[in-house]
Design a protein around this ligand. Structure first.
Ligand SMILES: *[C@@H]1O[C@H](CO)[C@@H](O)[C@H](O)[C@H]1NC(C)=O
Ligand SMILES: *[C@@H]1O[C@H](CO)[C@@H](O)[C@H](O)[C@H]1NC(C)=O
Ligand SMILES: *[C@@H]1O[C@H](CO)[C@@H](O)[C@H](O)[C@H]1NC(C)=O
Ligand SMILES: *[C@@H]1O[C@H](CO)[C@@H](O)[C@H](O)[C@H]1NC(C)=O
Ligand SMILES: *[C@@H]1O[C@H](CO)[C@@H](O)[C@H](O)[C@H]1NC(C)=O
Ligand SMILES: *[C@@H]1O[C@H](CO)[C@@H](O)[C@H](O)[C@H]1NC(C)=O
Ligand SMILES: *[C@@H]1O[C@H](CO)[C@@H](O)[C@H](O)[C@H]1NC(C)=O
Ligand SMILES: *[C@@H]1O[C@H](CO)[C@@H](O)[C@H](O)[C@H]1NC(C)=O
Ligand SMILES: *[C@@H]1O[C@H](CO)[C@@H](O)[C@H](O)[C@H]1NC(C)=O
Ligand SMILES: *[C@@H]1O[C@H](CO)[C@@H](O)[C@H](O)[C@H]1NC(C)=O
Ligand SMILES: *[C@@H]1O[C@H](CO)[C@@H](O)[C@H](O)[C@H]1NC(C)=O
Ligand SMILES: CC(=O)N[C@H]1CO[C@H](CO)[C@@H](O)[C@@H]1O
Length: 574
């Protein structure tokens, strides 16, 4: 995180010796962040590790993918779902011909518009689903029953065999995935990732082990400067509106059981932070020691392994090694990490996470010139505190967009993204704190660009920023807003012609739509602003966030003037 980055000169040298392997070989002795030399006088060179969009093929391919709706199921559940994609893609998949022999002897061809398939357990060949989906459709939900499937602590391998319907069809497609069907627990917690909508679903003693969807919202929080004092401090944090926390301490730091007991007692969901202990180089003995101390606690939300592994240039396999150990020792919880770099070995580092966090901190930086190190910053050189940033609120949404693009380029099933927002300043890079208005703008931008959780750096922050975060947390984690944010796969963003500084996105659920609006202009506009929604709408239901005097027409939102940095969430009937 930021605080550690200040010491990156000292530590990078240590890291270089102990853990770097295979990274741009001969430059490992130069202090670097995100692979870029940042000390004045260091030579400039290509840091490597940069993803580029794949070259499109001239004709579309059929890209068939399958994954379970939830990262895990347990034996308290009798039915599950698979998500099946049959997308036409110019970058991934296998050859597709939009013609398939007809059933009528095979001489005549008909268009290939439906993919029929069986989904089976690989080992036993047991049939789970037999169905079909339209070619070029995605996120199709296919229900199935667990029947007499044995719950177990290892995943089942699942395979999909697909083809056009006709019996003479000569095109075929396969896709594989893993299905976890675990014995239900009656202690601790069980947490699953919703692979369709991106939220988490949690079960523990408070819910009587029933799964409840949550949108996690909170802070990385100091243990020695706040959490270790009292249960009252933990309750006070929760009462501010937060449902989640990342205490920046671990059992390896001392006997902190009482502190985790307090969070269990208040039902505050924690990311268990092993930034300093998940791996000493590639020695994982501290990781394996900590797992049994934490895995059966009632508010364990997730395992947090690497803090900015890309910034530190940890060994490329380090996050995945920890991930595999965690899955084996505790399949009941997801694993997360935060990436600090814009585009540095994204695939390798993110392979160790079930959801990926980004921490672009744009407020008060000089994106062109590194004040702490007296160098310029560009794509290959320098550390300006926010990698490849423009020093604008949109650095946050750009980073989320980039991480979604990288996953698309890699042909991966999308992992949820969370935003780590700036609630601090200093360390030479950041000349000031964000204001509350900038904070809310970064939050709505994050949601508008698909973030499914917020975990800001760091608490205690200023009283003003603590209150600002709590105010949004109360709205974003409760209905109606949370119902949309984690009840829909991804918001649809669109631009408003003539108002390029408006960031607008919407989420449709049944007969209502949530619209998120951010005015990125710092200056008030004294003119009529009309947002044309690409949907028919009838009336305003509520404005859970903001106080814009919106007039609602059929498919339009109209405001006579907007204050600088206005943010608003409105719910409309369709
Ligand atoms: C991980 O990478 C390091 C450095 O590249 C290498 O020495 C080590 O053998 C790798 N470990 C595994 C388990 O692949
Ligand atoms: C980036 O900055 C370094 C150091 O000033 C310089 O050598 C290099 O040419 C610059 N690269 C680009 C792409 O501007
Ligand atoms: C298919 O074509 C072959 C050769 O042209 C022909 O002999 C056969 O009768 C045709 N079958 C049908 C069902 O039209
Ligand atoms: C496939 O669907 C996408 C959008 O979902 C659309 O943009 C594209 O044109 C479709 N491709 C074909 C070949 O129909
Ligand atoms: C599949 O069948 C079509 C029509 O009968 C034929 O043109 C095509 O070459 C065949 N493709 C393969 C891969 O056999
Ligand atoms: C929690 O339950 C699991 C099995 O359901 C059991 O293996 C484990 O020992 C229990 N842990 C505690 C701390 O009771
Ligand atoms: C919390 O930790 C700090 C730093 O280690 C220590 O000074 C303080 O006494 C601790 N507070 C309590 C109540 O344990
Ligand atoms: C849940 O269990 C924790 C201990 O793990 C306990 O502190 C808490 O009071 C329990 N909550 C309820 C509602 O039973
Ligand atoms: C791994 O680290 C632990 C301390 O965390 C140390 O006791 C142990 O000797 C190390 N193992 C190896 C093989 O270096
Ligand atoms: C905004 O515009 C209206 C009409 O053009 C004008 O009457 C009003 O004084 C303006 N307000 C500000 C704050 O400029
Ligand atoms: C709203 O607009 C849509 C077209 O955008 C139209 O189809 C619909 O009939 C309109 N509804 C009303 C109530 O005017
Ligand atoms: C919000 C809150 O209760 N903060 C308290 C945390 O603990 C310290 C030390 O006891 C108090 O000074 C804070 O007021």
């Amino acid at each position: 995180m930021a605080v550690i980055q200040a010491f990156s000169f000292f530590l990078a040298a240590v890291v270089a010796q102990s853990t770097i392997g295979g990274l741009s070989g001969s430059h490992t002795d130069i202090p670097r962040w995100c692979g870029k030399p940042y000390q004045s006088g260091s030579p400039n060179y290509d840091p490597g590790g940069m993803l580029k969009p794949p070259t499109p093929s001239p004709t579309p391919m059929l890209y068939v993918q399958i994954e379970p709706r939830y990262s895990i199921y347990d034996s308290s559940e009798t039915t599950g779902e698979f998500l099946v994609d049959a997308s036409l893609s110019y970058t991934h998949g296998t050859p597709y011909r939009n013609a398939t022999p007809s059933d009528d002897g095979g001489n005549v061809t008909v268009p290939f518009t439906v993919l029929e398939f069986d989904i089976r357990l690989e080992d036993s060949d047991q049939l789970l689903v037999s169905d079909g989906v339209a070619v070029n459709s995605s996120n199709n939900r296919l229900g199935f029953s667990f029947g007499d499937l044995q719950p177990r602590l290892t995943p089942y391998s699942v395979v999909l065999y697909g083809a056009p319907p006709a019996s003479y069809a000569n095109q075929s497609y396969t896709a594989t995935t893993e299905l976890w069907y675990l014995p239900a627990k009656n202690n601790g917690s069980t947490v699953k990732v919703d692979n369709l909508n991106g939220g988490l679903s949690v079960a523990n003693n408070v819910s009587d082990y029933a799964f409840m969807p949550i949108l996690p919202f909170g802070f990385y929080t100091s243990c020695s400067g706040y959490l270790n004092y009292s249960l009252a401090n933990v309750s006070a944090y929760k009462d501010m509106g937060f449902n989640a926390i990342n205490p920046v301490c671990a059992f390896a730091d001392g006997d902190l059981g009482y502190l985790f007991d307090w969070m269990d007692e208040t039902n505050l969901w924690y990311q268990y932070d092993m930034r300093g202990t998940f791996s000493n180089g590639l020695n994982v003995s501290q990781l394996t020691e900590q797992i049994p101390l934490v895995k059966d606690r009632s508010n364990l939300l997730s395992w947090y392994t690497a803090d900015e592994p890309d910034g530190w240039q940890y060994a490329l396999n380090q996050t995945r090694i920890a991930y595999d150990i965690l899955k084996q020792e505790d399949p009941y919880h997801p694993t997360a990490l935060v990436l600090n770099c814009d585009n540095y070995y994204f695939e390798e580092y993110s392979s160790g996470a079930d959801y990926i966090m980004e921490d672009a901190y744009p407020i008060g930086i000089d994106p062109m010139y590194s004040r702490p190190w007296n160098t310029s910053c560009n794509e290959t050189y320098g550390d300006c505190g926010c990698d490849d940033c423009i020093g604008d609120l949109r650095d946050v949404s750009n980073r989320l967009d980039d991480f979604f693009d990288y996953q698309l380029w890699l042909g991966q099933q999308e992992k949820p993204l969370w935003a780590v927002l700036q609630a601090f300043s200093g360390e030479g890079y950041w000349s000031r704190d964000p204001t509350p208005e900038e904070t809310w703008a970064m939050m709505v931008l994050s949601f508008n660009h698909g973030a499914k959780g917020i975990m800001s750096w760091t608490f205690p922050t200023s009283e003003t920023l603590g209150v600002a975060h709590g105010a949004m947390a109360k709205v974003a984690t409760t209905s109606p807003v949370s119902t949309f944010l984690i009840g829909v796969p991804k918001p649809t963003g669109f631009s408003v012609p003539g108002n390029e500084l408006l960031d607008v996105a919407y989420w449709v659920l049944d007969t209502q739509v949530l619209v998120g609006i951010v005015n990125l202009d710092y200056v008030a506009q004294n003119r009529t602003i009309v947002i044309d929604l690409p949907l028919a709408t009838s009336s305003l239901v509520s404005q859970p966030w903001g106080s814009v005097n919106w007039a609602v027409g059929n498919g339009t939102l109209t405001a006579h003037g907007l204050a600088g940095l206005t943010t608003s969430f409105v719910v409309l009937d369709m």
